[in-house]
Design a binder for this molecule. Structure first.
Ligand code: KG4
Ligand code: ZN
Length: 338
C-alpha cells in the first residue's frame, strides 16, 4: 500500500503552523502562537506577517523533526492559499512554493475553510468521521459558516455571518466587560457559574441561515452603560450572570440556525470546528440536540479545531490521492471562497 508523507503549512491569520501527515495520520502538529497581538486586543496584520516570516523556518523544522523524517522524505507540500490576511498568506505561500520547487515535488493549494471541515477526516483514535452528506459548522474568531458537505470537495456554504464572527461577539463583549483578549474562554468559564436568564438580550433577526452578531455587541454595550449609571459596580457584582446571559443568547442563535439548516436539508449529521467549538454551552446544546432532534454530532480533537496545519495536511493528502496539484504560479487569495 501507499506510504505518503505530506507537509502542511498554515499562515492565514496569526498562527504559524506546520504539520506532517503520514497517510491519514498526523505525526506532528506544531504551532507558533503570536502573543504580540494580545496587547492590541486583536490581530494586527502587519505584525502578523512579520512574525510569520520569523517563525516559519523553525516551525517547519520542528514539524519534520517531531515526525522523525527529513524534507527529502516528503511527497508533497500543502499550504493555505486563502482566505485570510494577504500579508500572512504570502509568507506561507512563498515558502511552500520555494520548498516544493527545491525538492522537485508537487505543490498543493488548500482552502482554509474547507480544511476546517475536512479536519474531521484525520485518523484519530476515539474520533468518528462524519458520513456524507453532513452539515459542517465552522465557528471561530474569524469565521461563522454552515456548509453542506456532499463529498470532500463538493461543499456549499448555506449560511454565514453578514457582519462579525461568533468569536468576535465573545471577544468584543469581553472587551466591554473589561476582560482580557481573547475573552471567549473566560466568558465560557464564568457562564457556567451564572444564571443564563438573569438578563435578556434580543436575538438578531436575520432571515434564512445567515448570522449577525454586531447588534448583540451593541445591545450589551448599551445595557452595561445604562446599568452602570445607577450602579458603578454593576459589572463586578453581576459578571457571572452577565456572561451566562450573553452565552445563553449566543447558543440560542447557533442552535436556531442549526435546527433550520437540518430542517431545510434533511441532514442530521452535524460536524463542528473552529475555536468556539470548545465552548461548553454549545457542546451541551449539541448533545441535547442528539436527544431532542435526532442529530449525530461530531467534534474533532481540540488541537484540530483551532487554526492548525494538521487540517491543511489532511486536505493535502486527500488532494494528493486525486492527483490534484497546484501550478508553480499559484497566488495567495485573501477572499478565496469554498
Ligand atoms: O479558531 P481560533 O483559535 O482562531 C481563529 O479565530 O481563527 O478561535 C479563536 C476564537 C476567539 O474568538 C476566542 O474567544 C474563541 O475562539 N473561543 C471561545 C472559547 N474558546 C475559544 N469562545 C467561546 N467559548 C470558548 N470556550
Ligand atoms: Zn480558521
Amino acid at each position: 500500500s501507499q506510504n505518503i508523507y505530506i507537509l502542511g503549512i498554515e499562515s492565514s491569520c496569526d498562527d504559524t503552523a506546520a504539520s506532517v501527515i503520514h497517510n491519514g495520520k498526523i505525526l506532528s502538529n506544531v504551532i507558533a502562537n503570536q502573543k504580540i497581538h494580545e496587547a492590541y486586543g486583536g490581530v494586527v496584520p502587519e505584525l502578523a506577517s512579520r512574525a510569520h516570516q520569523q517563525n516559519i523556518v523553525p516551525v517547519v523544522d520542528q514539524a519534520l523533526k517531531q515526525a522523525g523524517i527529513t524534507k527529502e522524505d516528503l511527497h508533497a507540500i500543502a499550504f493555505t492559499r486563502g482566505p485570510g490576511l494577504m500579508g500572512s498568506l504570502l509568507v506561507g505561500t512563498s515558502f511552500a512554493k520555494s520548498l516544493a520547487y527545491g525538492l522537485n515535488i508537487p505543490l498543493i493549494d488548500v482552502n482554509h475553510m474547507q480544511a476546517h471541515i475536512l479536519a474531521h477526516f484525520i485518523d484519530e483514535d476515539g474520533f468518528e468521521k462524519p458520513p456524507f452528506p453532513f452539515l459542517g459548522m465552522t465557528i471561530s474568531g474569524g469565521h461563522t459558516q454552515i456548509v453542506k458537505v456532499d463529498n470532500y470537495f463538493d461543499m456549499d456554504v448555506i449560511g454565514e455571518t453578514i457582519d462579525d464572527a461568533i468569536g468576535e461577539a465573545y471577544d468584543k463583549s469581553g472587551k466591554i466587560l473589561g476582560l482580557g483578549y481573547p475573552a471567549g474562554p473566560e466568558i465560557d468559564k464564568r457562564a457556567q457559574l451564572g444564571n443564563p436568564k438573569a438578563f435578556k438580550f434580543t436575538k438578531p433577526k436575520v432571515d434564512g441561515l445567515n448570522f449577525s452578531f454586531s447588534g448583540l455587541k451593541t445591545a450589551i454595550l448599551y445595557f452595561i452603560q445604562k446599568e452602570i449609571k445607577s450602579n458603578p459596580n454593576f459589572i463586578s457584582e453581576h459578571l457571572n450572570d452577565i456572561c451566562a446571559s450573553i452565552q445563553y443568547t449566543i447558543i440560542g442563535i447557533v442552535i436556531d440556525k442549526l435546527k433550520l439548516a437540518a430542517k431545510q436539508t434533511g441532514i442530521k449529521h452535524i460536524a463542528i470546528g473552529g475555536g468556539v467549538s470548545a465552548n461548553s454551552g454549545i457542546r451541551n446544546a449539541l448533545k441535547e440536540g442528539e436527544n431532542k432532534f435526532g442529530w449525530t454530532t461530531y467534534v474533532p480533537k481540540f488541537e484540530f479545531t483551532t487554526d492548525n496545519a494538521a487540517m491543511i495536511a489532511i486536505v493535502g493528502y486527500l488532494k494528493y490521492l486525486e492527483g490534484n496539484f497546484a501550478k508553480q504560479d499559484v497566488t495567495a487569495s485573501a477572499r478565496l471562497k469554498i
